[in-house]
Design a binder for this molecule. Structure first.
Ligand code: GLN
Length: 280
């Protein structure tokens, strides 16, 4: 059977742009790259793969997991269902990180909860020798994917297995960047159901890890260090009062995403009041 015949009977299963995106990105279909040729003969392997893709797509699996990759910050990252799919809005977090590293001449940076490594790798790729980048995750599966992406981009980022900041010494970093799990259980449905719970879900109105990172982060930051953290669309107010309660960060800037939601915050460590610090 030719691809054309298969497309004619299966086109309706897909949105047009999804179908061409999937076909252009399928391993084994490389020869069809660019404008895929509809007169290409489908051998058994290709036909089987197409049928499998149709099934996964129809079930609702995100395209990134079907083709095992996603683009982020102009770079290509390998992903699989063990890691979160990098999102456009996180690019704004990376942009802010690069800006502050450049402006303040920061040298030691941590991507906390790195997943496939997209934040750490994007920062390292753009700043090269100017920064030492660490990327940590609780999940070994995540670290394995991050390692593959490091090799793919030929970059030196130090991978560390760590439960939040537990593995790091005091005063280690100039900047901690994190996209932690912050989605409440009730919002995890549809395509989010394919992504790892560990990377998405947080108790306490989605604030559990955000709060922990801010508490633990204080002691791991050097004097005048910074934190950039991604947050949920409904977290700004809650976080604002939490930061005031902690008293040991100056709030420098809220970061808005492309849909107009407050998606992140830039904080600077100050001398604080000391008493409430959680140096677990
Ligand atoms: N940005 C993702 C979403 O809202 C969630 C990522 C996360 O929990 N860190 O779908």
């Amino acid at each position: 059977m030719k691809l054309r015949a298969w497309l004619n009977s299966n086109r309706k299963v897909f949105l047009d742009r999804d179908l061409s995106y999937l076909l252009r990105n399928l391993p084994g279909f490389d020869k069809l790259r660019g404008d895929f040729r509809e007169d290409v003969f489908l051998n058994k392997t290709r036909l089987k793969r197409l049928e499998e893709i149709k099934r996964l797509y129809a079930e609702g699996m995100p395209a990134a997991y079907i083709i095992y990759k996603e683009e982020f910050f102009g770079l290509e990252f390998e992903v699989n269902p063990q890691v979160l799919i990098p999102r456009k809005e996180t690019e704004l977090i990376v942009e802010k990180a690069i800006e502050i590293i450049r402006d303040k001449h920061l040298s030691r940076v941590l991507d906390l909860g790195c997943g496939c490594g997209n934040i750490a790798i994007s920062i390292k790729k753009f700043l090269k020798a100017k920064v030492t980048v660490f990327a940590s995750d609780l999940s070994f599966n995540g670290l394995r994917v991050a390692k593959k992406n490091l090799i793919r981009h030929n970059l030196d980022v130090k991978l560390v297995n760590s439960d939040l900041l537990m593995s790091f010494k005091k005063k280690t970093f100039d900047l901690i960047v994190s996209n932690p799990p912050y989605v409440e259980k009730r919002f995890i449905r549809g395509s989010l159901g394919y992504e790892p719970r560990l990377a998405l879900n947080a108790k306490d109105k989605g604030m559990f890890f955000i709060k922990k990172i801010l508490k633990q982060g204080y002691s791991c930051l050097k004097k005048d260090g910074f934190i950039i953290i991604e947050i949920g669309y409904n977290h700004k107010k809650l976080l604002d009062s939490f930061i005031k309660e902690l008293g040991f960060y100056d709030l420098l800037e809220w970061i808005k995403d492309y849909s107009g939601h407050w998606r992140g915050v830039l904080l600077k460590k100050n001398e604080g009041r000391g008493a409430t610090r959680d140096e677990e």
